[in-house]
Design a protein around this ligand. Structure first.
Ligand code: ADP
Ligand code: MG
Length: 290
């Protein structure tokens, strides 16, 4: 009877927006104790809009944005899309750029007119020991906005705040996980204040913020060592190693190809709520077989 059960489960999983890539991991899904979520693009839409620009130099807002948009032009990150959209709306002209380089989990850099231009995270700024008037930065972060900084030849030139939207189904998903006694954990590269803001809105149990991509995988192992069977859900290149490390790796369908290739199961409709169907279907399929 097993092959019949399995083909029925394939049809059912497709109906629930799931693509099962690896069967043993799908079977393991019925024993999950915790789901670890990436924030951007997984719990949130990953669609950023620029809300504020601050200048730390004699450059005006548009100049800050046109430099930032030029380097972001070659990046796939949702922050890049947000900055480029804003530059387009303001009809800004982009510059000529050479030597583009992406620093995963930190930002990007490029050369414009022989000057090194970086758009980077707050974590990078504090790591470099760059001090600045952080009043706006603190205010924006507490509002849940993501802030990136423009650095020109090692000099802090501007800050750009971007807002993302929490997916409507994220909160319901966490509530349903709790009903099943499953913990909800957030693992994000974003700033701590932003992470806490989003986590609070959704009801997340534990938050790990400012985590670099290779540390995401380590964090998964650390959580597993507590004796928890874990599923990891993510969408980005930076989530791929963590998806591989988790007992069940779940990629968001709208995410990057690399995340999808590293995953055991894909959420085709990019709806976190479909995770719940994974657990139910895994139970229904495999509890019958034993
Ligand atoms: P997440 O875990 O939320 O998906 P990432 O690891 O992709 O976050 O990025 C972590 C942080 O690195 C971002 O919040 C941002 O500050 C910075 N960053 C990453 N990529 C870019 C980029 N292309 N432009 C600007 N900042 C970036
Ligand atoms: Mg992400």
């Amino acid at each position: 009877a097993a092959p019949l059960v399995i083909s029925v489960s394939t049809a059912l999983s497709a109906k629930h927006g799931l693509l099962i890539r690896k069967r043993p991991q799908f079977e393991r899904a019925r024993n999950i104790d915790a789901v670890i979520f990436d924030k951007t693009g997984t719990l949130t839409e990953g669609k950023f809009g620029v809300t504020d620009v601050q200048t730390f130099s004699d450059m005006d807002e548009n100049k800050i944005l046109s430099y930032a948009a030029t380097v972001e032009n070659d990046s796939e990150h949702p922050i890049a899309t947000g900055i480029l959209n804003e530059a387009m709306q303001r009809k800004l002209k982009l510059h000529e750029m050479t030597h583009f380089n992406s620093i995963t989990g930190v930002g990007i850099e490029g050369t414009i007119d022989n000057r090194n231009i970086k758009v980077v995270s707050p974590g990078y700024i504090s790591e470099q020991g760059i001090s600045f008037d952080d009043q706006n930065f603190n205010k924006w972060s507490e509002q849940g906005k993501t802030v990136v900084f423009l650095i020109i030849d090692e000099e802090l030139s501007g800050a750009i705040a971007l807002a993302d939207k929490i997916k409507e189904s994220s909160k319901q998903t966490v509530e349903q996980l709790h009903k099943r006694n499953i913990k909800a954990i957030m693992l994000t590269g974003d700033n701590r204040k932003v992470a806490n803001y989003v986590a609070e809105q959704i009801g997340i149990d534990e938050v790990y913020a400012e985590v670099l991509p290779d540390q995401k995988a380590e964090k998964v192992t650390e959580i597993q060592k507590r004796g928890l069977v874990v599923a990891m859900t993510g969408d980005g290149i930076n989530d791929a190693p963590a998806l591989t490390k988790a007992d069940v790796g779940i990629a968001v369908g709208a995410g990057t190809d690399i995340a999808m290739d590293s995953a055991d199961i894909v959420l085709v409709d990019s709806n976190p709520k479909d995770i719940l169907a994974i657990f139910s279907l895994s139970k229904r399929t495999f509890n019958k077989l034993v």
